[in-house]
Design a protein around this ligand. Structure first.
Ligand code: IPD
Ligand code: CA
Ligand code: CA
Length: 266
């Protein structure tokens, strides 16, 4: 199953890579002028769903562009066929494919494909996390002042005062940097492989996070919701770290202090 999913993410990634090379993506807007979908999102999702239906006809499938209600029991494939659509639509070379398997609402398998860097990240619960066949491990950075972090800003940022700017202003001067690369799945895969020390974001969806959560945990890190509980499908925010206690505590404390006055999120 893992082998099949790695191959599938690779094939979908090729579609993205070719689309990027051909340029001039056909872009449509979804709920606002900043929330986009391209023909490539749809083609990638179609490719993945068709293959999963053929291979696992009894499994449920929940894709970003076609999902309705996320089933809470049994095996469910969760797909982000193109994570980083805004980047893709502008030709900015950071985007990925993310495929996860949930069983009874628990993320148990995750594959993320970065076609431009030729990177495949995968993890299976209890079996470790891997990048191109090499074991992945989170970083050992223990202090905020020596950390490199990542975050993202949800599509409702122009209308919702809870727009992550308070958190960004808090962490940016206290760290070596905060990246906003534009693909949440890659932000989290890069925490799992130790290139980043932590990541936070409000407003993410299950398809952004499910595959990466398996990786972060298998690589020794923590994937929590803002409430401090382990992240579960349905949680719309994420605080991920390398799991080093001082580092994780600094992120929790920072987020809490930056968010004073903002609604508490589950
Ligand atoms: C988005 C990207 C972005 C994150 C947004 C996501 P999409 O996914 O992961 O980095 O900040 O929250 O919605 O729309 O490109 O699949
Ligand atoms: Ca996404
Ligand atoms: Ca997407």
């Amino acid at each position: 199953m893992l082998h099949f999913t790695i191959e599938l993410a690779h094939r979908a990634g090729e579609l993205l890579r070719q689309g990027h090379e051909n340029g001039a993506a056909l872009v449509h807007t979804k709920q606002s002028t900043v929330d986009l979908v391209t023909e490539t999102d749809l083609a990638s999702e179609r490719l993945i769903i068709d293959a999963l239906r053929r291979e696992y006809p009894d499994h449920a499938i929940y894709g970003e562009e076609s999902g309705d209600v996320l089933p809470s029991s049994g095996p469910v494939w969760v797909i982000d066929p193109l994570d980083g659509t805004t980047n893709f639509a502008h030709g900015f070379p950071v985007f990925s494919v993310s495929i996860a398997l949930l069983v009874d609402s628990q993320p148990v398998l995750g594959v993320i494909r970065d076609p431009l860097r030729d990177d495949s990240f995968w993890a299976e619960r209890g079996q470790g996390a891997w990048r191109n066949g090499q074991r992945m491990q989170v970083s050992s950075t223990a202090e905020l002042g020596r950390s490199l972090l990542a975050t993202g800003f949800a599509y409702d940022r122009a209308t919702n005062p809870d727009n992550n700017l308070a958190e960004f202003s808090y962490f940016m001067p206290k760290t070596r940097g905060v990246r906003r690369a534009g693909s949440a799945a890659l932000d989290m895969a890069w925490v799992a492989c130790g290139w980043l020390d932590g990541y936070w974001e409000r407003g993410i969806n299950v398809w952004d996070a499910a595959a990466a959560v398996v990786m972060i945990r298998e690589a020794g890190g923590l994937a929590m919701s803002y409430s401090g509980q382990p992240w579960r499908p349905g949680d719309r925010n994420m605080l991920a770290s390398n799991g080093v206690q001082t580092m994780h505590d600094a992120l929790v404390t920072g987020l809490r202090s930056a968010r004073a006055g903002l609604p508490s999120l589950t």
